[in-house]
Design a protein around this ligand. Sequence first.
Ligand code: NDP
Length: 496
Amino acid sequence: MSTTLIEVRSPAGGELLASVPALDAAAVAELVARARAAQPQWAALGFDGRAKVLSRMRRWLLEHAEQVIETIASETGKTYEDAQLLELGYAVSALSFWARRAGGYLGDRRFFARSPLVAGRRLVTRYAPRGVIGVIGPWNYPLLNSFGDAIPALAAGNSVVLKPSELTPLTSLLVAQALRECELPDGVFAVATGAGETAEALIDLVDFVMFTGSTATGRKVAMRAASSLTPFALELGGKDALVVLEGAPLERAANVAVFYGMINAGQSCVSVERVYAQASIYDELLEKIVAKVGALRVGEPSGPASVDVGAITAPRQLEIIEAHVADALAKGARVAVGGHRRAGAGRFFEPTVLVDVDHSMRCMMEETFGPTLPVMKVSGADEAVALVNDSPMGLGAAVFAADLERGEALARRLDVGAVCVNDAAVNYFALEAPMGGHKASGIGVRHGPDGIRKYCTAQTILLSPRLMLRREPQFYPYTKSSAKLVRRLLNTLYRR
Ligand code: NDP
């Protein structure tokens, strides 16, 4: 096993939290081999047996909530509330959901096919676990995104080897320890700490890769997986827009823009990254947004209610945020509030509203992933639709309109994976519904039936009952009369 160590530091205070090994290819191979050996026993427990372990884990998380929140907050620098509501809240609801629903989504499906060419045959479709799933996760939500994607994989009967971000491995290590306490069989869940090379070694060895991260790294994952024809799903970056039209409830629109723009210090894949407001309500909406953003407390979190906006987790992210603001200002935008990195220890950026923005600016076209809200004036719904769709990304969007009918009609015109009307981003918690991005925001989905079936192979079994065959069919030799028979059959069945 490699002895190279990665230092994990607090983004809020800068202090050293722990050092973890950066696993090399041989160490990853060892974890995958153990996971592979343990998987059949785990699969053999069946849905009910596995659900018991997942339910124990759900209770464990609730009983150790403070430890979990503290671990997440320490390595990400996020607020207590962001860790509690989004990470812990998601994990316990997902453990409950997949424990109950896996069997329904993956149970055998027996049916008769419609085609007369297979008349009388019975069919069974079954879903079998693939084996070992490699989950590669980002740093912004170390519990929700990394372990969150492992839960349905485990519920389906797979083993999982999880590669967390090198910036935030401690939550995943805590999860591994918790799962052992919850009597998950040895080897079924393992954490491969390390950076990009560790992830690449994992991709080469597993039966499916579930990747969450940036679009740039997602492309690398796809290319790597292609060389071994390993199937994968990618949940990538976003540039989610919020559209506010005349007649919309402006107070709520402003609250939603600010909450989902600033939550997790803006480091959320589904979020509010840009706002389009109809000219007639622009001034009123902007005034509300600026007042609410200006009132936010930013700084080092120290327990509940201490701050509203926490730290910027990744050092490179702070540089991206600054570069987007500088680029916007250079091209004619103005800062309505905020606009600067906070001086002193830790990585913090002031909650910021940018105005006079347009699509020549990086803050409107690239993922900023920070506490910034650029607000742009539009003439109406048509211009808003064109601008929302003028993006290489297509993860999510939000629409505020005069009524739900108009909101839904607008939602249907947006080329994104999910649209919330009079809301934003909360579709992530509707685990029954597929969640995934269009365009450069991803391939495949999490949640819903396909969110667990992707971790399985689908097998069709066709049963031709002997009794329905009056006599043994003779296929060969081909004769003129057999060709005539087929022609007559096809014409009878399909001519009309
Ligand atoms: P990155 O793409 O930088 O990293 C994601 C993971 O990939 C990390 O574990 C990283 O390791 C690893 N990695 C690095 N290099 C490679 C490689 N060559 N092959 C395979 N894996 C590699 O993303 P971030 O961690 O910066 O996360 C932020 C991004 O994630 C944002 O773009 C955000 O939108 C997106 N995201 C998308 C979500 C969605 O559901 N669509 C949800 C959450 C985030 P290491 O960090 O150790 O370098």
